[in-house]
Design a protein around this ligand. Structure first.
Ligand SMILES: C[S@@+](CC[C@H](N)C(=O)[O-])C[C@H]1O[C@@H](n2cnc3c(N)ncnc32)[C@H](O)[C@@H]1O
Length: 232
């Protein structure tokens, strides 16, 4: 047998068991989400592979067959898999290295052939892409943004339809003194915004409003571009 310098360090990274999906999951720590039971792997607990918010998004959009979807912040690919199962090809942009690697593991286990995961910042992607997406999905990301208004503008620019799930702050839904306000910046910045109809995303539906969500009030929004007189 050939001997290498630092043999033990090299072999620390080897998995000497029967190859399995569980080995792949265990190769990257920190799982939040679960796999559908039929895959028989232990990862995280959140069953986002059957998320009613994404079912609602798909229902609003209609058939995703052969549609191009941009997903912002896929985390571990559960929603990506739902969009792919509905027929979409998906670009999913994830900034967190470990989350990105977990997405790749999920892609392999779930066989997400129509999805590409990309490591980096989705704002930069939205600014530079020349792809006209049929749908942009932004679940759980707007409230992380330093400039959420810019993200809304970019989503409206690049997508013919947009889906959001987001927390929000209003004094009615989360009055001053509500402990859930602690994670939000106390300073309010007011920024002029011409509204989603600026990009003709005028057909707006709201659902899954949850004022009592433990992390702060939340809701889903789906908006679609209504074609102008030239059909664009
Ligand atoms: C709260 S999680 C939401 C995950 C998933 N979309 C969901 O709804 O369950 C936010 C995800 O977005 C990613 N993220 C946040 N800001 C990002 C950015 N600027 N570019 C790419 N990914 C980002 C985080 O790493 C994380 O995976």
């Amino acid at each position: 047998m050939m001997k290498f310098k630092n043999d033990s360090a090299l072999f620390d990274h080897y998995v000497d068991r029967l190859p399995s999906d569980q080995n792949a999951v265990d190769a990257v720590p920190g799982w939040t989400t679960a796999f559908p039971p039929k895959f028989k792997v232990k990862a995280g607990h959140a069953a986002f592979y059957n998320d009613p918010r994404i079912h609602w998004c798909i229902k609003q959009f209609g058939s995703l067959k052969e549609r191009r979807v941009l997903e912002l912040g896929p985390l571990e690919g559960s929603h990506t898999a739902m969009l792919a199962a509905a027929g979409a090809s998906v670009d999913a942009i994830e900034a967190n290295r470990l989350a990105f690697l977990r997405c790749l593991v999920a892609k392999e286990i779930l066989g997400l052939l129509s999805c590409r995961f990309h490591l980096g910042n989705f704002v930069a992607w939205l600014e530079q892409t020349e792809v006209a997406y049929d749908l942009v999905v932004a679940s759980g990301v707007l409230y992380h943004m330093r400039d959420p208004v810019r993200l809304l503008e970019l989503m409206a620019l690049r997508g013919s339809a947009v889906f959001l799930w987001t927390h929000y702050v209003t004094d009615e839904a989360m009055p001053p003194g509500d402990p859930r306000r602690g994670v939000f910046e106390p300073q309010v910045h007011i920024k002029p915004f011409q509204g989603l109809d600026m990009c003709r995303l005028t057909s707006v539906e709201v659902a899954h409003e949850e004022v009592g969500h433990p992390n702060g009030p939340a809701f889903c929004l789906f908006a679609r571009r209504v074609p102008g007189p030239t059909g664009q």
